[in-house]
Design a protein around this ligand. Structure first.
Ligand code: PXG
Length: 456
């Protein structure tokens, strides 16, 4: 049977017979069958029943330039004919890796001029752990090993990435975190700020880093890692007081600051990087997702002058790397992708035009009876669905209303994610105002229908 003749039912049957999906409850999936996505163009997906769906999540926060860009397919095709594979081990390189390194040095924040390539954000964060510890060892401080991260952070699904992450459900499967990684509270004012003002709470959340360093001893701490804005945790935008205080603490205590830009990077905030948006000046900066707009798997770690100089001048062989580090086809696609972002002024448009429009329209949803807060930055949005807006009281049990709203939204033609009862969006950066209006119309209808189903 050829693919063209398979029905939705055939795909579902074969899928449940042979395919173990990531982050999926298999019993729940097998009882209803997967939705089969067959093609995509611009900001829209189509499923195997012919339904058109507005992709409010840009895939998994990654399809920044939208689907269907011929230039990216051409770049991969040309590169595969010219040089489909060669590695960068043992003193070799190839033009796509060099060109991408040069472009990345130009578009990333000042002071980050070197890149170590990986195939994913998880591998980038494993690379962070190894690089940070090796850096301090080269400086004669091998005791500086511990990496401080945050509760409810997401840094990937490898043993290192999931350990850096602060997701309890992930830690419980497989005995994580690995040694030498510890977590502090997140700057989630809406859920955890109590009676404090956002700025008071932000200062307190930053103080948790200071306290943890004091507890561990700064001679034992290698780095602090955080997403500029938490993505998978629920689009958590820290209060204004948070980042300046964190930056200051890292500087004062000689601790590397790692800004995980896997989601924030390549325009999501309206700036090229979350580190530009918050002026973070990180020492290490993991990237992935929007680097290739998800067209091929590629990630990396941007490395500051200070760290790269230590690695290149003080170190011997850095015993780390992946067969596909800097894969030629993935690099060629990433180069073409960055040129599209740059030459079509996509990020500037998110900053000054479509982003402000999305934010003002998104905040209109705050008047909905279910919505306790509508927040966001650039092309990030979150809604807190609550039982009581005045007291910021969540539904009990958590997660039911969010899942309901997500399913209703999908059926109405919009991918909107639920993180417990926080609804989140992260549309392709090429969405125009008409797409944003459509997104808002479906989101509001989904909220109305959710409230109706909850008998509210
Ligand atoms: N860092 C951050 C900040 C991420 O969001 C990773 C690292 C890991 O990247 P890879 O390429 O190894 O997946 C991520 C990935 C979700 C979801 O449900 C989010 C991610 C991945 C899968 C699902 O929001 N983020």
């Amino acid at each position: 049977m050829t693919s063209a003749h398979r029905t939705t039912n055939d795909w579902q049957r074969l899928d449940t017979s042979h395919h173990l999906h990531p982050f999926t409850d298999y019993k729940a999936l097998n009882s209803k069958g997967s939705r089969i996505i067959t093609r995509a163009d611009g900001v829209y997906l189509w499923d195997s029943d012919g339904n058109r769906i507005l992709d409010g999540m840009a895939g998994l926060w990654c399809v920044n330039v939208g689907y269907g860009r011929q230039e990216l397919a051409d770049a991969a095709y040309r590169q595969m004919l010219e040089l489909p594979y060669y590695n960068n081990f043992f003193q070799t390189t190839h033009p796509p890796a060099v060109e991408l390194s040069e472009l990345l040095a130009a578009v990333t924040p000042q002071g980050l001029n070197h890149v170590f390539f990986t195939n994913s954000g998880s591998e980038a964060n494993d690379t962070v752990i190894r690089t940070a510890r090796y850096f301090w060892a080269l400086l004669g401080q091998p005791g500086k090993q511990i990496i401080i991260s945050r509760d409810n952070a997401y840094h990937g699904s490898t043993m290192g990435g999931a350990s850096l992450g602060g997701m309890r459900a992930m830690h419980e499967q497989g005995g994580l975190p690995i040694p030498g990684i510890t977590h502090i509270r997140q700057p989630y004012w809406y859920g955890e700020g109590g009676s404090l003002s956002p700025d008071e709470f932000g200062a307190r959340a930053a103080q948790a880093l200071q306290d943890k360093i004091a507890e561990l001893g700064e001679h034992n701490v290698a780095a602090f890692i955080a997403e500029p804005i938490q993505g998978a945790g629920g689009v958590i935008v820290p209060p204004d007081s948070y980042w300046p205080a964190i930056k200051d603490i890292c500087r004062r205590h000689e601790i590397l600051l790692v800004a995980d830009e896997v989601i924030c990077g390549f325009g999501r905030t309206g700036k090229w990087f979350g580190s530009d948006y918050f002026d973070l000046q990180p020492d290490l900066m993991p990237i992935a997702k929007g680097l290739s707009s998800g067209y091929l798997p590629i990630g990396g770690v941007m490395v500051s002058e200070r760290v790269s100089r230590t690695l290149t001048e003080e170190g011997g062989e850095f015993a780390h790397g992946f067969t596909y580090s800097g894969h030629p086809a993935a690099c060629a696609v990433a180069v073409a992708n960055i040129k599209i972002l740059r030459d079509e002024n996509i990020i500037e448009r998110v900053d000054t035009d479509t982003g402000p429009y999305l934010q003002s329209r998104w905040r209109e949803l705050a008047d909905h009876p279910l919505v306790g807060e509508a927040r966001g930055v650039g092309f990030f949005g979150a809604l807190e669905l609550v039982a009581d807006k005045k007291t910021r009281t969540f539904f009990d049990p958590k997660g039911r209303v969010g899942a309901l709203c997500r399913d209703i939204s999908f059926d109405m033609g919009l991918v909107m994610r639920a993180v417990a009862d926080t609804m989140i969006i992260s549309p392709p950066l090429v969405a125009d105002k008409a797409h944003i209006d459509e997104l808002l119309e479906i989101a509001r209808s989904a909220l109305d229908e959710t409230a109706k189903k909850m008998n509210l």
